[in-house]
Design a protein around this ligand. Structure first.
Ligand SMILES: [Zn+2]
Ligand SMILES: [Zn+2]
Length: 60
C-alpha cells in the first residue's frame, strides 16, 4: 500500500504543498499545521494521533 499524498487539508481545505508542512494521522487523514494544532494533534475523524508528514525531499 502506498502513501497517498493528499494536497488539501481535510478540515479547512487549505492547499498543502507536497514539500510543505502537513500533518497526517495513521489513517492518512491529512491536515494543515494550524488545524492540527487547534485539534490538539488528535484526528477528529478517527481519534488517532496526528503527526508531521514526512517530506519527499530527505532532509537530515
Ligand atoms: Zn486546515
Ligand atoms: Zn484520522
Amino acid at each position: 500500500m502506498g502513501l497517498e499524498m493528499r494536497t488539501v487539508c481535510e478540515k479547512c481545505e487549505t492547499g498543502l504543498a507536497p514539500d510543505g508542512e502537513a500533518f497526517i494521522c495513521s489513517f492518512e487523514c491529512t491536515f494543515c499545521g494550524p488545524c492540527s494544532q487547534s485539534m490538539d494533534h488528535i484526528c477528529p475523524n478517527c481519534g488517532g494521533e496526528i503527526v508531521r508528514r514526512p517530506r519527499r525531499t530527505g532532509e537530515e
